[in-house]
Design a protein around this ligand. Structure first.
Ligand SMILES: C[S@@+](CC[C@H](N)C(=O)[O-])C[C@H]1O[C@@H](n2cnc3c(N)ncnc32)[C@H](O)[C@@H]1O
Length: 274
């Protein structure tokens, strides 16, 4: 029998890949993130940080890093999506030591619901809170965090901007075995709403299109600081990244600042103190 010219090929690299593994490898650096949280807490408070609530926790990678770091560290990860929480349980929580696992709890809930125990710190990272589209919605979320935090609690957020932030563009970055693609699909200057997507490309030419999709409002730092204060926080400070003298690039050191640089693209932290 004549052999078929159409050979049945195995699965593509995109079919074999796990989008959560690709996301974590491309987007997250939980060690550096927790370093910043520990250092900042240490510079602002004289007692140790113990209970951390990670909002929009996704796979709870950051919460797991927190409980690994110290015997008294406890974490509550909150996310609406049971699929992503289930993935985090299998791939992160179950790899912890039993004693560490006893100090972490993943909750499927809306971040605005709060938790019964008041956390020392709440984290909202990777801009997830930008899904709140108007000031009232954002203030309601910030107020729920402020009300839920312990008396001297701290809310850690990140933000990005720069003159490339409202552009429709695509950026690629090489990762270990794949290419991370960040696409700013659309931006409406009238309401500042944007659609963004993450895709992953593989050496065999295959691609995970729309691995993650986001609909956000592009918020500015003055708006966010004003709303944090309106929601009841005493202080809202921007921690801006310093510049490496030799390369002219960011040096990874974030300090309290009132003046930033008019960069094409920047990422900073916002620290809101109760
Ligand atoms: C960008 S992802 C998580 C990013 C993660 N925090 C990180 O640092 O990489 C956003 C997550 O927010 C969750 N989410 C969206 N709305 C939510 C809400 N109102 N309450 C809780 N989780 C929510 C989604 O299910 C999704 O897993």
């Amino acid at each position: 029998m004549k052999s078929s010219t159409r050979k049945r090929r195995g699965p593509t690299q995109a079919e074999l890949a796990d989008r959560h593994v690709c996301y974590e490898g491309a987007v997250q650096d939980v060690v550096t993130e927790i370093d910043f949280i520990e250092e900042t807490w240490g510079s602002l408070r004289e007692r140790p940080l113990e209970l951390l609530r990670e909002d929009f926790c996704g796979t709870a990678n950051t919460s797991c890093e927190w409980v690994r770091r110290g015997d008294h560290h406890r974490a509550i990860g909150v996310d609406l999506d049971p699929e992503v929480l289930g993935w985090g349980r299998v791939h992160h929580v179950e790899t912890l030591e039993p004693e560490q696992r006893a100090r972490i709890r993943l909750v499927q809930a809306d971040v605005r619901d709060g938790t019964t125990e008041a956390p020392d710190a709440v984290l909202a990272m990777n801009f997830s809170y930008w899904l709140f589209m108007d000031r009232d919605g954002m203030r309601a979320y910030f107020k729920s965090v402020c009300d839920n935090l312990i008396a001297d609690g701290i809310f850690f957020l990140d933000a990005y901007g720069g003159y490339e932030a409202p552009m429709e563009l695509e950026e690629k970055r090489e990762c270990d075995g794949y290419t991370y693609v960040w696409e700013q699909v659309s931006f409406n200057p009238i309401d500042s709403r944007m659609k963004c997507a993450i895709h992953f490309e593989f050496p065999d030419g295959s691609r995970i299109q729309d691995a993650f999709l986001y609909e956000w409002r592009l918020w500015t730092l003055p708006e966010l600081r004003e709303i944090l204060l309106e929601a009841g926080f005493r202080k809202a400070t921007v921690y801006w990244e310093g510049t490496d003298e030799e390369t002219g690039e960011g040096d990874g050191i974030y300090t309290p600042s009132e003046i930033g640089d008019a960069d094409p693209g920047w990422v900073c932290y916002l620290i809101a103190e109760k």
